[in-house]
Write a protein that binds this ligand. Structure first.
Ligand SMILES: [Zn+2]
Length: 164
């Protein structure tokens, strides 16, 4: 157990170092929002769907030390001057990266995204990652929150600064 923990810490600092050395801006999905809001237990319009799947996903993410990686990135960013931006992942799984159309039906399966408006096809995770990258870039271009600080994008374009 101890060895696993050490190995994960090594992996996190090594990965964080590599990422921040090569990138001035690092955009991360703010998983606290997903973990703490009712995505697993369901929302009003999609009550309780994929509960087991989400629970497993959250566990897997936690197991991979996402938060440790985030902390390691913030640490490494102090040295490199990279900016770390956390974006709210809400609706990124349903938003077309090409035309911006939002539709739950565009998410054909766990892996496949196909826009119901423009027909754009991509791996669902890649499409969502591009949405998050664009949100992070837009946020980053709109204000200076200092170097190495973690900033968070709120829904509907509202933003708040947050120190690590
Ligand atoms: Zn589209």
């Amino acid at each position: 157990m101890r060895r696993v923990t050490d190995r994960r810490a090594d992996f996190c600092s090594y990965t964080a170092c590599r990422i921040t050395t090569r990138n001035a801006l690092v955009v991360l999905e703010d998983l606290r929002i997903q973990a703490m809001t009712a995505t697993a237990s369901g929302t009003a319009d999609r009550p309780g769907r994929n509960v087991r799947q989400k629970t497993g996903l959250n566990r897997a993410i936690l197991d991979k030390c996402w938060f440790k990686l985030e902390m390691a990135l913030l640490n490494a960013a102090r040295r490199t001057g990279s900016r770390i931006v956390l974006v709210n992942p809400a609706y990124t799984s349903q938003t077309c990266n090409r035309c911006g159309h939002v539709d739950a039906k565009s998410r054909k399966s766990q892996a496949v995204f196909e826009c119901t408006a423009c027909g754009h096809r991509d791996h669902a995770d890649v499409n969502a990652a591009k949405d998050q990258r664009d949100a992070g870039l837009a946020f980053s271009a709109c204000g200076d929150f200092g170097i190495g600080r973690s900033v968070k994008q709120e829904p509907v374009g509202r933003v708040t600064g947050r120190t690590p």
